[in-house]
Design a protein around this ligand. Structure first.
Ligand code: XUL
Length: 517
């Protein structure tokens, strides 16, 4: 039986799926939650709490320990020698800084020692800034000024200069730690870092994840000389190659063959970002479907027939692993905001769901801007008094109404901010942790006035990685694989309630509240 492995190294956990391509079924799954399984890293939600000036970092050694726990667990569940194709995905934008020891180290790993112990001396920077980091405002401004303004950054890279993107983060590192930058011989994204470790050689960065750096020219799908120069000196020699999503990065290294029983020579397809991978895992790599992922951050994405950039500068264009491009909009206040409201009123998730069921569509006109962290959609001035949701808590006595206001506010904001993609969805595919919640899915259906479907197989990021691996390694059409594996779960389609113009007026009030911030 030919098996394929897809790995998903996300913000809070590392998980994977093994699929059987003959029977089109799931053979095994495994997951390692960073906070629960690796408490020694003191990162209960996957990042180091308490960062100053908007810094949010994670320990890359934690990602390596999680990968080893994951593979150890998987080995007990299925025969890894049957795997004939491997790929994976990482949380987007996070970066890992490596010194001159790196190339030789990953090529000569010793199975008697852990990955983390061996790779620790290769880190030129102990921790990795991740997508939640908002410390690079000055650097964004400097990069934009250096190339002639944000409209140029956007037309070149598909996004204006954004705090969480890797280029501004690299610039900040170069400015605050020039000696450590000088020691850095390679900068990887989370995705290409893990791919390199598995291959034992430097892996390329794919166009899907690479476009989230403010460094790649989306018309040429290669590093952009002006953006590199505006970011940090001699950056090109510190970056790996850029490759299209369905390219082979290498073969599994001996370390994993000996330690976990993979077959020698198993090909590894370049890793990508979690969102491009999810596009494939949701069966949406061909234009026509729209996906909303409800995770730590909520994301909204779709394959694009052409390359259209967001004129307001909060949306992004990334490479589509199947070729061409995809649009993506990220909402920082995703499950973090839902949890904030739930916890504020001491509710559990059942009570949260009941609150949505017990309150009317449109919430009798009660509206919240549910932002508890600086939001990127719409882009916010980080100094502005943005915490509308938490400020407003004082006036929210009614827990049920506050919960509906939070979820409605999230989808109203999402609809307003994604207008630029010019998509007219008939069906929305929902994924991510909160997508299983019918009450939340119903609000999405009502606000967008569209059917909402969920897929039978959850974990679209890992599934997308496994499908890309099969497509590339066996030369099969990605879209055919998607139609076989990405089937909607029968009987779970949510139909929209007729809401007349409740949400039209609510959207106007919402925009008014945003302006008052
Ligand atoms: C996308 C983004 C997040 C991360 C983590 O731009 O910042 O969705 O990929 O999931």
């Amino acid at each position: 039986m030919p098996y394929a492995l897809g790995i998903d190294s996300s913000t809070q956990s590392c998980s994977c799926i093994v699929i059987d391509t003959d029977t089109q079924s799931v053979v095994a799954e495994a997951a390692v939650n960073f906070g629960e399984c690796l408490p020694q890293y003191n990162a209960p939600s996957g990042f180091i709490p308490g960062g100053l000036e908007g810094e949010v970092h994670s320990d890359p050694l934690m990602w390596l320990d999680a990968l080893e726990q994951l593979l150890g667990d998987l080995k007990a569940k299925c025969d890894l020698s049957k795997i004939i194709a491997i790929s994976g995905a990482g949380q987007q934008h996070g970066s890992v800084y490596l010194n001159a020891r790196w190339p030789n180290c990953i090529n000569t790993l010793d199975t008697n020692r852990s990955l983390s112990a061996q790779i620790a001396p290769c880190l030129a920077r102990a921790t990795s800034p991740i997508w939640m980091d908002s410390s690079c405002r000055t650097e964004c401004r400097e990069i934009a000024e250096a190339v002639g303004g944000n409209s140029i950054v956007c037309s070149k890279s598909g996004s204006v200069a954004i705090e969480r993107f890797t280029g501004p983060q690299i610039r900040r590192f170069y400015k605050i730690s020039p000696e450590a930058y000088a020691q850095t011989v390679r900068i990887h994204l989370v995705s290409s870092f893990l791919c390199s470790v598995l291959c034992g050689i430097d892996a390329p960065i794919d166009t899907g994840d690479g476009a989230g750096m403010n460094l790649v020219n989306i018309h040429e799908w290669n590093w952009d000389a002006d953006l590199l120069e505006a970011t940090a000196p001699e950056l090109i020699k510190r970056l790996p190659q850029i490759a299209k999503g369905c390219t082979t990065a290498g073969q599994i290294s001996d370390y994993f063959v000996q330690k976990y029983g993979f077959a020698s020579g198993t090909p590894i397809t370049v890793f990508t970002g979690d969102n491009p991978s999810s596009l494939v895992g949701m069966g949406a790599s061909k234009p026509g479907k729209l996906v909303i992922s409800l995770g730590t951050s909520d994301t909204f994405f779709a394959a694009m027939p052409g390359v259209v950039a967001d004129p307001k500068g909060c949306g992004h264009v990334f490479g589509n692993p199947a070729g061409g491009s995809m649009s993506l909009q990220c909402f920082v206040n995703g499950s973090l905001a839902r949890e904030e409201v739930k916890d504020k009123f001491g509710y559990d998730w059942d009570q949260f769901t009941a609150a949505l069921d017990n309150t009317p569509v449109g919430n009798d006109g009660k509206i919240m801007v549910p932002f508890f962290r600086p939001e990127t959609s719409p882009r916010m001035d980080l100094d502005a008094p943005i915490l509308n949701g938490s400020d407003a808590f004082k006036s929210w006595q009614d827990a049920d109404a506050a919960i509906r206001a939070c979820v409605e506010g999230q989808f109203i904001n999402m609809k307003l901010r994604t207008d630029w993609m010019q998509l007219k969805p008939e069906v929305i595919y929902l994924t991510g942790g909160a997508s299983r919640n019918d009450a939340i899915a119903q609000v999405a259906a009502d606000v967008f006035q569209s059917k909402v479907k969920r897929l039978a197989i959850s974990g679209s990021v890992a599934l997308g990685a496994a499908l890309r691996a099969v497509s590339n390694s066996l030369g099969l059409q990605l879209y055919n694989l998607e139609s076989q594996f990405c089937k909607p779960e029968a009987g779970t389609t949510i139909e929209p309630n007729a809401t007349s113009d409740v949400y039209n007026s609510a959207s106007e009030v919402f925009e008014g509240l945003l302006l008052k911030r």
